[in-house]
Design a protein around this ligand. Structure first.
Ligand SMILES: NC(=O)c1ccc[n+]([C@@H]2O[C@H](COP(=O)([O-])OP(=O)(O)OC[C@H]3O[C@@H](n4cnc5c(N)ncnc54)[C@H](OP(=O)(O)O)[C@@H]3O)[C@@H](O)[C@H]2O)c1
Length: 326
């Protein structure tokens, strides 16, 4: 089958199309799908650069998120049959290919009436955004939330959910993406390249700061988020480091930023707190049923253009969810 193989840890430029990859076979508890659409995620960049803890070693078939019809089921799988369209995540890769193996337990049916590409994000971006906002971030109506990378796949989901639950959204994005973020309902949109984001957020919140900060950028932006959060009760949920590592010391938390810092990794949340994950997915399906979350509109690329899609994501030029069509 055709597949995109990552051949080094030098990033997406060493992601190569191969045509002789073996079709994988589902083991116990697994299903095989024909990948109709694969989701592109920032994690693909982290894995391609070797910054993803415990990530796959090259050569590996890239891509973690796939949607399409089931073509075979492994031993012990119940409730899922060939022909059913599902979306799921395989964190060890394999999605950027014509066929992919997924753990059956985490595969969910594509919502009725949706095409496979429209379901991308339902098992990565939306649960991550909801986890950051509600169970971990404790967001309630009327509170102010700062959302970085708000035009991105996860950021757009976060803006939509935060507005649905009645929060005031202060978003950041590169200048060319501001209209998209405003159209999602964000109350204020700041330039993510602005050197003094914290001062802007304090100004917009009457001097007190944001009740919640969704931090996915790292580098100097982590410091800005800590400074932008409300003292004592403000929460900073850290779930990404697109812009690099950053350090917070005990001195910082005692003398400079008296805020609550929370780490989020959706894979760990699924493993270590399945009940919370179940509640998140239940809430998301309620939002789908109510029409609050509608079918996605990913930007589609041919499989062969996967390296280009990843390079654009890394260069910060993309908006929203990206899909590869094998
Ligand atoms: N912890 C978890 O479980 C989990 C799960 C899903 C996603 N995430 C994280 O959530 C973040 C968003 O992921 P996504 O897949 O939805 O990607 P995305 O938001 O669609 O794309 C990344 C965006 O981050 C912003 N950014 C800021 N500094 C950047 C830098 N130095 N390099 C690249 N991008 C930079 C850019 O937006 P602007 O140019 O508009 O500022 C860029 O468009 C990532 O950090 C990802 O690792 C974490």
């Amino acid at each position: 089958m055709r597949a995109l193989q990552q051949t080094s840890l030098n990033g997406p430029r060493d992601l190569r199309l191969i045509t002789d990859a073996p079709v994988p076979r589902p083991g116990p508890g697994e299903i095989l799908i024909r990948v109709a659409a694969a989701g592109v995620n920032f994690v693909d960049i982290s894995q391609a650069r070797g910054t993803f803890a415990g990530g796959p070693q090259p050569p590996y078939t890239a891509g973690i998120e796939g949607a399409g019809p089931i073509t075979a089921v492994g031993e012990g799988v119940t409730g899922l049959e060939p022909g059913v369209h599902v979306i799921g995540v395989g964190i060890r890769g394999g999605a950027f290919a014509e066929y992919m193996v997924l753990p059956a337990a985490g595969a969910i049916p594509v919502p009725a009436g949706w095409a496979d590409p429209q379901a991308l994000g339902l098992v990565v971006n939306w649960p991550t955004a909801l986890a950051a906002l509600k169970p971990l971030g404790g967001l309630t109506a009327g509170q102010a939330v700062l959302i970085h990378a708000a035009a991105g796949g996860t950021g757009q989901a976060a803006v939509r959910i935060a507005k649905h639950y009645g929060a005031t959204v202060i978003a950041t994005a590169s200048p060319g993406k501001h209209e998209v973020v405003r159209a999602l309902g964000a109350d204020h949109v700041l330039d993510s390249h602005d050197a003094d984001l914290a001062a802007e957020v304090r100004r917009l919140t009457g001097g007190v700061g944001a009740d919640l900060v969704l931090e996915s950028v790292g580098g100097a932006v982590l410091e800005a988020g800590l400074a932008a959060a409300k003292r004592v009760t403000g929460r900073v949920v850290v779930y990404g480091l697109a812009g690099g590592r950053a350090t917070v010391t005990n001195w910082d938390l005692v003398y400079r930023h008296q805020v609550q810092v929370v780490g989020l990794n959706i894979g760990t949340l699924i493993q270590a707190a399945p009940q919370i994950f179940g509640e998140i997915m239940g809430e998301l399906f309620g939002l789908v049923a109510a029409g609050v979350i509608g079918p996605g509109e990913p930007t589609e690329y041919e499989l062969a253009d996967g390296p280009k899609a990843l390079a654009e994501l890394e260069a910060r030029t993309t908006v929203g969810k990206l899909a590869l069509l094998p």
